[in-house]
Design a protein around this ligand. Structure first.
Ligand code: NDP
Ligand code: 8X3
Length: 250
C-alpha cells in the first residue's frame, strides 16, 4: 500500500524538491505552506504522478495547524512520514542589535511551529504504533557562527527536541531523526536578508553549494530504509564547506 508523507514548507527549496521526489517514488503527498498559489501549482504538477493534497496554514497559528491537519480527508489522514521542514532565518545581526520581530519569527516558526505540527500528527502515530518523523535541523544545530545567535539557538532546539521525541516515542516503535544540511542554494538567504537578492546570492558565490535536490535525495534515502533502520542524525555539507564559517571559494 502507498505510504503518505506530509511535508511542511513544500512551497520552496528543500520541501518542494522533497515533495517532487517523493511523488515520483510512489508516496501520497500532503503539501503544506502559506503561499496558496505555489501549493496549487505544485499540486497540479505532482498529480500526474500520485495523489496529492494541499494544506495552507502558518505553522505559528496553533489553532489553524491543528484544525487543518484534522480536516484531512480519510484517504490522507494516516500520515506515515512527517517531514518538519518549514523554517527560515530572519536577519543576521549581532545579539546587541538583533531585531525582536526577527527573533519572534525564528522561535515561533522553527521551534514552536515544528512542535504544533508534530502535536497534530503524533497521537495517531502512537495509536498505530508506527510512523517516521524527520526534523530538518542545520549545521547551525551543531555549531554557532557569528551573528547566527538566535537562528542557531532555534536549530540547536530542533536537535534537542528530535532527541527528546526519539526517546519518548521509542516505546511506540516510531522512527525519529534529524537531517542537518550545510549551505543549500534555496530562497533561504533571500528570506534571511528580507528580499535583498544581491546579498543573498553572494552567500553561494564562488563554490558549488548543495542544491535542494541533493537534500531531497538524502531525505528519500532516509525514509526508504527498511523499517528497523532509523537514521537518527545526519549532517551533509557541500564538499567545499568544512564548517559553518569555513568554505573554500574560488
Ligand atoms: P526556503 O526559504 O526555500 O523554504 C522555506 C519553506 O518554509 C517555504 O516553503 C515556506 O513556505 C515555509 N515557511 C516559512 N515560514 C513558514 C510559516 N510561518 N508557516 C508555514 N510555512 C512556512 O528555505 P529552505 O528550503 O532552504 O529551508 C527549509 C528548511 O531547511 C528550514 O528549516 C531551514 O532552516 C533548513 N535549512 C536550510 C539551509 C539552507 O542553507 N538553505 C541549510 C540548513 C537547514 P511559505 O512561505 O509558503 O509559508
Ligand atoms: C542554514 C545554513 O549556514 O546559513 O541553516 O546557517 S546556515
Amino acid at each position: 500500500m502507498k505510504k503518505t508523507v506530509l511535508i511542511t514548507g513544500a512551497t520552496s527549496g528543500i520541501g518542494k524538491a522533497t515533495a517532487q521526489l517523493m511523488a515520483k517514488n510512489n508516496y501520497k503527498v500532503i503539501l503544506c505552506g502559506r503561499r496558496k498559489d505555489r501549493l496549487e501549482e505544485l499540486e497540479k504538477e505532482l498529480s500526474t504522478f500520485t495523489e496529492v493534497y494541499s494544506l495552507s496554514f502558518d505553522v505559528r497559528d496553533k489553532k489553524n495547524v491543528l484544525e487543518s491537519i484534522a480536516s484531512l480527508p480519510a484517504e490522507f489522514s494516516t500520515i506515515d512520514v512527517l517531514i518538519n521542514n518549514a523554517g527560515n532565518a530572519h536577519g543576521l545581526d549581532p545579539i546587541q542589535t538583533g531585531d525582536l520581530d526577527d527573533w519572534d519569527a525564528m522561535i515561533d516558526i522553527n521551534v514552536k511551529g515544528l512542535l504544533y505540527v508534530s502535536k497534530a500528527i503524533i497521537p495517531k502515530m502512537t495509536e498505530r504504533k508506527s510512523g517516521h518523523i524527520i526534523n530538518i535541523g542545520s549545521t547551525a544545530a551543531k555549531e554557532v557562527y557569528p551573528n547566527g545567535n538566535v537562528y542557531c539557538g532555534t536549530k540547536h532546539a530542533v536537535d534537542a527536541i528530535t532527541a527528546g521525541m526519539r526517546i519518548d516515542l521509542n516505546p511506540f516503535g516510531i522512527r525519529v531523526g534529524a537531517i542537518h544540511p550545510g549551505m543549500v542554494a534555496t530562497e533561504f538567504s533571500e528570506v534571511r536578508f528580507k528580499g535583498d537578492a544581491d546579498r543573498a546570492s553572494n552567500v553561494y558565490k564562488g563554490f558549488d553549494p548543495l542544491q535542494a535536490e541533493d537534500v531531497a535525495d538524502i531525505i528519500h534515502f532516509v525514509v526508504s530504509r527498511p523499517y528497523h533502520v532509523n537514521i537518527a542524525d545526519l549532517m551533509v555539507m557541500s564538499t567545499a564547506q568544512a564548517s559553518s564559517t569555513i568554505v573554500k571559494r574560488d
